[in-house]
Ligand binder design. Structure first.
Ligand SMILES: C[S@@+](CC[C@H](N)C(=O)[O-])C[C@H]1O[C@@H](n2cnc3c(N)ncnc32)[C@H](O)[C@@H]1O
Length: 219
């Protein structure tokens, strides 16, 4: 049974995609992709434990030549058939590093689905600085946490994002859905509590700037 988070990622995968899951761990997302009708998947993990578990979970698909599992770092040994990658369940900085270390391969991909657990601003900044456009964005709520899922691709004519778009997400900011409002109201509440309890000035300045920005977006 896939989590809401993995199901939401799976929704962005089309049956015609050739999908590699970087940092696949158990390989559950790829099992979901194969069940959906995807023809070929690649699980990649740089640690032996998850690699072995993924091999076991994908055993049948491997024997039917519908899947391969690779013990390696990032996109280094991505199969030539792959046109879509998923990097999910890691921090935004690690996701950026993985993309940066194989940037030429990343540029050629049809679809890149990213789900950072934290540091989404840093990931959007990296994408923006390297001419990757955010084609779509989703905000979901799973197990008491908000997650952002980004569907991106390299685009030479990419339009630079503003600081506000980097923080809130260009598409999420436009949509301003119910969950988006809930999330930022919660963060606003937390920041206001911290500010009201704290008497020192320095770190509070940054929080106060955030509070002003969030209020501006919510109003
Ligand atoms: C927290 S798990 C996320 C699993 C799955 N992607 C998900 O979203 O549920 C992160 C996985 O990424 C793997 N990983 C971390 N850095 C990696 C890298 N540079 N290349 C390949 N795998 C990596 C870890 O070994 C681990 O299995």
């Amino acid at each position: 049974m896939l989590s809401i988070r993995l199901k939401s990622i799976l929704e962005l995968i089309d049956v015609h995609d050739y999908v590699a899951d970087i940092g696949t761990d158990h390989g559950y997302l790829l099992i979901g992709a194969l069940d959906k009708g995807v023809n070929f998947v690649q699980g990649i993990d740089n640690k032996e434990g998850p690699y072995k578990i993924c091999c076991k979970n994908l055993e049948r698909a491997i024997s039917e030549n519908k899947a391969i599992v690779t013990l390696n770092d990032g996109l280094k040994e991505i199969n030539e058939k792959i046109d879509t990658i998923v990097i999910a369940g890691m921090g935004g900085e690690l996701i950026s590093q993985i993309l940066a270390s194989s940037i030429e391969k990343a540029k050629k991909l049809k679809k890149i689905i990213l789900q950072p657990n934290v540091r989404t601003y840093e990931l959007r900044k990296f994408l923006n600085d390297h001419n990757f456009s955010i084609v779509d964005e989703k905000l979901i709520y799973d197990m008491d946490k908000y997650y952002e899922i980004l569907n991106v691709r390299f685009d030479e004519n990419h339009l630079a994002l503003s600081t506000k778009e980097l923080i809130f997400g260009p598409i999420l900011l436009k949509k301003k859905g119910e969950l988006f409002i809930q999330k930022w109201e919660k963060i606003l509440n937390e920041y206001e509590k911290i500010v009201s309890k704290n008497s020192s000035n320095k770190p509070i300045d940054k929080l106060n700037n955030y509070i002003i920005l969030i209020k501006e977006v919510l109003n």
